[in-house]
Design a protein around this ligand. Structure first.
Ligand SMILES: [Zn+2]
Length: 256
């Protein structure tokens, strides 16, 4: 059962996904342009706000400052050359706090796959997230993609946001140290009109898996590691994964 599910996830790794959350409500002040010119990222990095939430602080880092912080934390990574749409492209070369992040692509393919490229700033958030996951005895995070190359015709120069900027990741499965798996599509069991991480009625038939998946989402939300978290409660496109995103220029935190 688990292997069949994981195989399905592997097949999905290559499929194009268009889950950009057009329906997430934003105020005018929160609206993020589709792409940020290089100068915008640099300007934002000049004055990182003191005591800002982690995701907001990370989003304001320059590529060099971000790499310095990854190195200081002993995160296993390598910096990559120019990658279309990605301001600070990096690749993970080992687990984060004992938690492996990977697609289900074959090992030799993974090392070259665009889907396993991250913007450095997302990786800082995932390094924090991994500590929370380790506390839940998670040892492996299986995702469909972080980076997804922009479409043909993407102008040279501007950096993307979300997947096109390597700033978002779509996670389908979490595996525990004892081998059990949390499958977002199978186990989340979204309730009608559910608003994740806000007070509301408890599910009548909550399973241990559905509770564990909500704890994963809401621990990350409470720690302000991602500006945007989308779950199967949001829309049918997200029925099989969590979308976690660091968004430059954004100060609000949303979980849907
Ligand atoms: Zn996504």
């Amino acid at each position: 059962m688990l292997m069949a599910a994981l195989a399905a996830a592997g097949a999905a790794c290559n499929r194009a996904r268009s889950d950009e959350p057009a329906r997430v409500e934003t105020t005018a002040a929160e609206t993020v342009p589709a792409a940020l010119p290089p100068s915008a990222a640099v300007t934002a990095a000049m004055d990182p706000p003191e005591a800002a939430p982690p995701a907001t602080r990370y989003a304001a880092l320059t590529p060099d400052a971000c790499a310095t912080e990854l190195t200081a934390r002993a995160v296993p990574y390598e910096r990559l050359g120019p990658t279309r749409g990605v301001a600070a492209p990096v690749r993970l070369t080992g687990p984060l706090s004992g938690v492996a992040f990977r697609t289900l692509l074959p090992e030799k393919t993974r090392a070259r796959s665009p889907y396993e490229i991250f913007d450095c700033r997302l990786l800082l958030a995932l390094a924090d997230f991994a500590k929370l996951l380790a506390a839940q005895h998670i040892v492996e995070v299986i995702h469909y993609s972080a980076y997804r190359p922009p479409p043909a015709g993407w102008a040279e120069g501007p950096f993307g946001i979300r997947h096109e900027g390597g700033l978002a990741i779509d996670v389908g499965y979490f595996r525990s140290a004892d081998g059990t798996a949390l499958n977002v599509e199978r186990d989340f069991a979204a309730r009608p009109l559910e608003r994740p991480c806000t007070p509301g009625p408890q599910p009548r038939n909550a399973t241990a898996e559905s509770v564990a998946l909500r704890k994963i989402v809401c621990d990350g939300f409470a720690a302000k590691l991602f500006h945007l978290t989308l779950t199967p409660a949001y829309d049918p496109t997200h029925r099989d994964h969590f979308h976690f995103e660091v968004t430059p220029g954004k100060t609000a935190f949303v979980a849907r």
